[in-house]
Design a protein around this ligand. Sequence first.
Ligand code: ZN
Length: 398
Amino acid sequence: MKNIVDLFKELISFDTMSDESSSTYPSSASELEFASKLVDILKEEGVNDAYRDEFGLVYAHVDNNKDKTIGLIAHMDTSPALKGGIKNPRIIEKYDGSPIKLNEKYTMDSDEFPFLKEITGDDIIVTDGEHLLGGDDKAGIAIILTFLSYYLKHKDEFNYNLAISFTPDEEIGQGALHFDVKKMNADVAYTLDGGSIYEASYENFNAASATISIYGVGVHPGSAKNIMVNAALLATKFVNLLPKEMVPEKTEGREGFIHLTDIKGDVEEAHLSFILRDHDKDLLEEKKKILKNALNVIQNEYPKAKLELKIHDEYRNMFDYFKEDMSAINLINKAYISSKIKISYDPIRGGTDGATITYLGLPCPNLGVGDFSPHGRFEIVSINQMNTMVEILKELFK
Ligand SMILES: [Zn+2]
């Protein structure tokens, strides 16, 4: 195996952007090609049980004659926000904390990007200002492959078998769509994805979406008195009945929200789309009730209007699983303590593939990889943090 920096540079030279508008799975042909490349790397390392399935997911197993298996998961696609496939990332050795000039147009400093303080002193990799770096999540893949290489040479140091999966289409919310816990065949798993390695997560939002359709009565405005019911106007009345503080721009931490994502309408009909989010599932139910109550208020006031509310549950907070069984978290704590590194846990204000995988029956918290400000030209990876994560994985498997 190449060293982690050369390996990372090779992985990010592939553009594996996922595509929201695609009707295929995975969403881009480049992901399938990349999946085959990953299988080749695994086989070259001597992992015989490595393959790509019909959906483009890669699975690999290394049996070590142990009772239990830990799985490691990373996603192979990059965000549709900006093109990847960068050929000339720049390495800055022992970054001194000063502004970073990416190219003639773009410079980064720690006022705008406070994480630069956390990685000052590290060797870091930055973009050319034109592409995203792809550390989300190829830093995760590079860490897993580097650990694998060590694991194969030092199997007697470890107390768990190793399972690996690389998944497509995470960035468009489809990463766990075809994930097969039977193929993974592990007792516990971790997604390696996201920011600082000093933070891990086993909490995410409970999520639902809602659509409201309002049908009014349209007549000529000149003779509309006591007849017209203006659907567009009822839509604005509906929005005004919702709590003003319960919106993404006014909430943080574990505070949930009702977020109006789309509104359109005219006199005849109006349509509103919302997403509802809360870490607490009872509070999410309450948010659904707020929408129902607002709908009833409008309906009672305007009996001639027709109102419809549809609510669709999206994903669940994995914490509801972990509060009953903390063993996956205890393993993380043990690994960090023996690495003499402090870990903190952050509630994710979003969803993760790990949450979906947890409810498929494989508990799956998330670990950081040292990738910062992803999904754009300002993405940076810390080589030090990638290397440290490999060391933490060694403790995890002991
Ligand atoms: Zn990611």
